[in-house]
Design a protein around this ligand. Sequence first.
Ligand code: SIN
Length: 484
Amino acid sequence: MKTSYDVLIIGTGIAGLSAALALPKSLNVLLISKDYAWECNTFYAQGGVAVARDDADVALHVKDTLEAGAGHCNLEAVKVLCSEGSLAISRLIERGFLFDADEAGNLLYTKEAAHSTNRILHAGGDATGRYIHLFLMQQLPFPILYNTQVTDLLIEKNECFGARVFHNNKTFNLYAKKVIIASGGVGSLYEYHTNARTISADMQGICLSHGIKLDDMEMMQFHPTVFVLGKSVRKQLLSESLRGEGAMVVDEDGKRFTFEYDPRGELAPRDVVSRAIFKHKQKTGKEIFLDLSAFSPEHFKERFPSIYFNMNNMGYAVPTQRVPISPAFHYSMGGIKTDLHGHVLHVKDLYAVGECAHTGVHGANRLASNSLLEGLVFSARVAKEIVQTIEQEKARHLFVEEEEELIKENDKVLKNELRDLMWCYAGILRDQEGLKKACKRVEEMLQLPIGKLLKLRLLVSKEIITSALKREESLGAHYLTERK
Ligand code: SIN
């Protein structure tokens, strides 16, 4: 196998695949997938892709994104996202991708919470991510190295030369002129989450171990409507578009209580609805449900076929039967700090894009369905930047191929403890006392004889906790309470 490439892309979700597709076919590109290529968050994205409907809507999309982000967004990044969004969508459509449309071919737009208008495109009803992922995979002109764990980045004097990987029971170096990290977020750090099982913060941890800055790591998003009772690690998301089209959040007495917490009720930004559910449950001890009675069975089955199928499989006759819900971890607004071209600050030839990256576009709370759009828009920028700056020849700096023990015997028990710790103390509601307790325990775990992968998770968890400790006022998804 070749060990030297022009571009190495770590991750095969929307950001990694779109970056690859935007690069010239003449380049020597390799994508790395930790598992199957579809084990990524893109594949499980339901609701859709937000996009300004016309020029006049760009300013409104900017405004909605800033408001959902609780005033913490980087305005320039938001302007890039909203103004370049429609071009990114047009490119996808020109390639042949089919978003859901009516019989006359007009695109169908739905609404999700905190959007002031219907601007969410979808595909396969509620299978937008899966459809886009399959489409991008079919178009991909470059090879993918599957079942490959990245164990380190090859960085010397603030320049990236490639990545060290573990594949087929061997550790070896893959050299590249440019490296793009597109590895997704941090879902596996939390007890309850909606993420693919591969999403475990490895690359964020590797960045920390090289002194690369992560930003806003206290900003973790919890999706309000998740069925968490199933046995699988990834919990079943119940798309926000259900609420956008009439689903109601009720308690066990059928009371629509979210209006007691915010006048926008179920359509308030995600962090607000998540907290309303969490607090109502704490206050009343009552179970919370998603009531789908606004939908006829025929329409529901056609519009939300995946949710229909999955929930029926788990014994819920939707839409007739209501579904018990809880908020669960969904998305990391924080990430590897980059500029607006995806360049990782202070490291030459290293880029990050998609959920793993931090441009500040999502602020303190991501607006629904802005993440697939982010993957499309910013990956095109990264590819453009790479084409403009890639060198003909890059002096190769050789790195020792160190064998590292990735997993040790007791790691599983500690990983589970960590998930519980993060859920309880760095979750939806936080307080200084709980955060300090979690920090102390994470520091203790870091001193134990553990494998490298757990160490990376712990480093990122510590970053989330210490960032949360530093932010002493509530903001967006970071919400502090007084301990009772
Ligand atoms: C959803 O369908 O509710 C998820 C959309 C998103 O995370 O943006």
